[in-house]
Design a protein around this ligand. Structure first.
Ligand SMILES: [Zn+2]
Ligand SMILES: [Zn+2]
Length: 177
């Protein structure tokens, strides 16, 4: 979905969209948006500046960090995103000396007089995803030797039982020469 900036009423408008199956890819091979994800909010325009506010309610499918079992993660985010036209950025970089007022990391730029809500959705959902995803706190992960899921079956590799967190660290350690 896109918002056409030149058609926005200056008083503000509301928007809402529900994503269907496979409508939006998150551009991450491991994380998928499940159908029914919703974005809604308001768009306000002042000159060429646009402020998008709203909320996202979505569910994504992503693998457990340790055992790769797929999990369904609910995501609820509220956003308040200021936008400026991309030309402003181009002009500012072309003509040295012009600086954007208060460099704002949260500021986004829109090209071609329209704001891509899908892009906003992608960013917000991936940002809201927890950095650590576990199917359960004590997930035992996969055997580093044979790949068996240690939550369901003990494998015959005969290694000592170690906390999977330490196993992961051990795997990262450079081999002693
Ligand atoms: Zn797991
Ligand atoms: Zn094993």
């Amino acid at each position: 979905m896109r918002i056409e900036v030149d058609r926005l009423e200056s008083g503000g408008e509301t928007y809402a969209h529900t994503y269907g199956p496979d409508e939006l890819s998150l551009n991450d091979e491991h994380v998928h948006l499940l159908p029914g994800a919703k974005v809604e909010g308001s768009a306000e325009r002042k000159g060429s500046k646009v402020r998008l506010r709203g909320k996202i309610a979505a569910r994504v499918e992503a693998p457990c960090d340790r055992c790769a079992q797929l999990l369904i993660v609910p995501i609820e985010v509220e956003f308040d995103a200021p936008y400026m036209p991309a030309e402003v950025l181009n002009e500012a970089t072309e003509e040295e000396g012009i600086e954007l007022e208060a460099p704002d990391l949260d500021l986004s730029f829109y090209p071609d007089d329209s704001i891509d809500i899908d892009e906003l959705m992608r960013e917000q959902v991936l940002l809201a995803l927890p950095t650590r995803l576990l199917c359960r706190e004590d997930c035992r992960g996969l055997c580093v030797v044979c790949g068996a899921d240690l939550n369901t079956e003990p494998c015959g590799c005969g290694r000592e039982e170690v906390d999977p967190r330490w196993a992961a660290l051990a795997a990262l350690k450079p081999k002693q020469q």
